[in-house]
Design a protein around this ligand. Structure first.
Ligand SMILES: NC(=O)c1ccc[n+]([C@@H]2O[C@H](COP(=O)([O-])OP(=O)(O)OC[C@H]3O[C@@H](n4cnc5c(N)ncnc54)[C@H](OP(=O)(O)O)[C@@H]3O)[C@@H](O)[C@H]2O)c1
Length: 294
């Protein structure tokens, strides 16, 4: 009996100590990411020739990210599916201020097909890729009743398009020996599927694992390469396509979330919830995975 009590007297405080250490570590990470960390984005604006690629840049978060990057001195490739919108956003970007950067447009409807033409990006010195294009309409019917056209479109847009774009870009980024940043805009539904969005949730989960896998692969190819991969775990954001209510702490504007996304770049975590308020409900667990160089 004495031996058992002695054993418990040792083990119970030990468990308490370990639990406290884990919680303290999470708390320290939380303070670091949301209050102390300064964005590493400027590391990727190397010189006048440096480009960032932003997919889905004709509206919502993609447009807000493109605007922020333009103001920070990046030349841009903006992607969308309507040339008219692309031309309008390009014009708006060029009017933004004293910095006169180059803006190229890339029109591809990612849902249409799974063979994409990225040849116009060849030869550009690209250091940063923001995979923003995505989404799906909610289908309030049983899974087996959604059309295969819908299902394939969601998968092409959210999963196949990022794969093919990265297949086209990573070799030239690697060859240029520039620091490489890849940011995938994911969704909380990639971890916690939402009703009537199972295909979308699965496609975002796919993006999460793709980014995880590529971050490992790149460090195998060249352990000295300067690569950072992030999957941004995004909750509700005001958008004409999904949430159109008044913005608040838990459903911010695209501009607020774009700033938050860019602010956490290089924070040391691969998967990040960019808005601090969102994480409170997740017990300060920022998500899994560290970047290799951080
Ligand atoms: N809004 C949210 O609450 C929320 C929450 C979690 C995650 N997300 C994710 O965040 C990202 C951006 O969302 P958002 O709400 O800001 O988007 P949005 O306002 O709907 O804009 C999406 C952008 O993607 C483009 N796009 C859409 N379908 C396309 C296609 N088939 N081919 C090429 N481009 C296409 C749009 O072009 P057009 O202008 O031609 O439509 C637009 O430029 C998405 O990946 C979404 O899944 C959003």
């Amino acid at each position: 009996m004495m031996a058992i009590l002695q054993f418990l007297g040792f083990v119970v405080p030990l468990i308490g100590l370990i639990t406290t250490a884990i919680l303290l570590r999470r708390f320290a990470s939380f303070i670091h990411v949301y209050f102390l960390h300064r964005s590493a984005i400027q590391r990727y604006a190397l010189d006048d020739d440096t480009f960032a690629v932003v997919t889905g840049a004709t509206g919502g978060m993609g447009k807000a990210i493109a605007e922020d990057l333009y103001d920070r001195g990046f030349n841009l490739v903006i992607h969308g599916r309507s040339q008219e919108k692309l031309d309008r956003v390009k014009e708006e970007l060029l009017q933004r201020g004293p910095l006169k950067k180059i803006v190229h447009t890339l029109r591809i409807n990612a849902e249409d097909t799974s063979t994409y033409d990225f040849s116009s990006l060849k030869g550009l010195k690209i250091t940063a890729v923001f995979l923003v294009a995505g989404g799906a309409s909610v289908q309030t019917v049983p899974y087996d009743q959604v059309s295969s056209e819908y299902a394939n479109g969601v998968i092409r847009l959210n999963a196949l398009f990022p794969i093919d774009l990265l297949r086209a870009l990573l070799p030239q980024m690697r060859a240029a020996k520039v620091p490489m940043l890849v940011v995938g805009i994911g969704s909380i539904t990639g971890r916690y599927p939402a009703p009537f969005l199972s295909i979308y949730s699965a496609s975002k989960s796919f993006l999460l694992r793709l980014i995880h896998g590529l971050s490992i692969d790149e460090s195998f190819h060249d352990p000295s390469a300067d690569t950072t991969f992030h999957y941004m775990n995004v909750g509700e954001v005001i958008s004409p396509g999904s949430f159109t209510k008044e913005p608040n702490l838990f459903c911010p504007t695209p501009e607020t979330i774009a700033r938050a996304i860019i602010r956490v770049v290089g924070c040391g975590h691969r998967e990040v919830i960019p808005v601090a308020a969102k994480i409170m409900g997740k017990h300060m667990n920022l998500g899994e995975g560290k970047n290799k160089n951080e």
